[in-house]
Design a protein around this ligand. Structure first.
Ligand SMILES: Cc1cc2nc3c(=O)[nH]c(=O)nc-3n(C[C@H](O)[C@H](O)[C@H](O)COP(=O)(O)O)c2cc1C
Length: 370
């Protein structure tokens, strides 16, 4: 199966299946000298852990990160970094029904076609949300690298079903509140409404979608590789690799289509000796290059496709129409657990481009003179 790596300088490979032995990542291109521990990875992984609340799947994985290579005496060595979590709480039995009867809305049918029926269908296999544990492990390393040059990546839930955040949220609110509630919303009152909405829909045997906003602060200006490795194109590509993503907007996004040029243009100003823009409708990216303003992306997730309702499907072996009543353990809404995944994906793209242009310098402990 090709297509499992991302990046040119910070190359991330993600491996593993939902009900296989493990899920993991190998990072090739992380500079030597970055302090890195399993606790660093764990702190990020715990944010997307399954079984942590009533609005997530009851699958209870410990998700304990193990660094297998690339770190020595607490520092990255420059060699490939391999990090894994082992799959422990696996129950494949409910997935026997989908072997030949694909779930509407999931990848079972298309994966069956692409891999001639040889794909691991258990728990959705490679197409399970579980693979995003690997994105988060790689993202943890990317975030640490970005922090060395003062870049911060934040994400928060801005919509679940019909409940939307419509006021301006401050960065401080995001930092303070997002991981204090089960739905990862920076507004605590809306967070309570969103949670009630998910539980209501879950009790009806159904699911919800929503939107996550991601913001990167202090990213250097003039980074990106147009025309085919533009920063916005790579952000969109990486975000679309999160299962369940159906839309990516940068800055004003689709709203820009109904604005006038005079409204949409971000006028340049000088503040404290720095070139900034008055507004940020471009979401920090012009011509595929960062302009030094916050990079802003919004990611739309569809409602979880696996729902405990009778649905029509087909029997692929018998070539006849069939019915499917799903069991198994599922997230009634993907969005809360996707928030740290979105943060990680943004960090992976930004670190890859920053390393390409030498914006993240290699570290050294006064090398010997040869
Ligand atoms: C963190 C996370 C958890 C997910 N959990 C589930 C789940 O429990 N049940 C499900 O049907 N889909 C879940 N998904 C989404 C599916 O993996 C996804 O819909 C499927 O692979 C088909 O891909 P597509 O929706 O991008 O076309 C999850 C996605 C993420 C990011």
């Amino acid at each position: 199966m090709a297509g499992n790596s991302f990046g040119k300088a910070f190359v991330v490979v993600c491996f593993g299946e939902s009900h296989g032995k493990c899920v993991g990542t190998t990072i090739d291109g992380c500079p030597a000298g970055l302090p890195l521990s399993e606790q660093d990875i764990q702190a990020e992984l715990d944010k997307r852990k399954p079984g942590a609340s009533k609005v997530s799947t009851p699958r209870a994985e410990e998700d304990k990160a193990e660094i297998l290579s690339g770190v020595f005496e607490g520092y990255t060595t420059g060699a490939p970094i391999c990090i894994v979590v082992w799959n422990r709480d696996v129950d494949s039995e409910p997935y026997e029904s989908i072997r030949v009867k694909p779930r509407p809305g999931h990848a079972d049918y298309t994966a069956y076609l692409r891999y001639g029926g040889f794909n691991d269908y258990r728990g959705g296999g490679r197409f399970s949300g579980r693979v995003t544990a690997a994105y988060v492990m790689a993202g943890a390393v990317a975030k640490k690298l970005l922090k060395t040059v003062g870049v911060e990546v934040l994400a928060h839930t801005v919509q679940i079903g019909s409940i939307k955040v419509s006021r301006k949220i401050t960065y401080e609110e995001i930092r303070r509140n997002v991981y204090e509630n089960d739905v990862r919303c920076a507004d605590p009152q809306l967070a309570a409404l969103m949670k009630d909405e998910i539980l209501k829909v879950k009790s009806e045997g159904d699911s919800l979608g929503g939107v996550v906003e991601c913001i990167a602060l202090n990213y250097p200006a003039g980074v990106g590789d147009p025309i085919f490795d533009s920063l916005d194109a790579d952000i969109a590509k990486m975000m679309f690799n999160i299962p369940g993503v159906k839309g990516v907007e940068i800055g004003a996004g689709f709203n820009a289509a109904s604005m006038r040029g005079s409204e949409n243009n971000d006028e340049f100003r000088i503040r404290k000796g720095r070139i900034v823009t008055e507004t940020n409708n471009c979401g920090g990216i012009l011509g595929g290059l960062s302009n030094g303003m916050p990079i802003i992306a919004r990611i739309a997730f569809k409602p979880t496709s696996s729902i405990p309702k009778k649905q029509r499907t087909v029997n692929l072996e018998r070539m006849e129409e069939a019915e499917l009543m799903l069991s198994g353990r599922h997230d009634p809404c993907i969005v809360p657990r996707a928030v740290p995944v979105v943060e990680s994906c943004m960090a992976i793209v930004l670190v890859d481009h920053a390393i390409r242009l030498g914006k993240i310098p290699p570290t050294s402990i006064s090398p010997p003179q040869i």
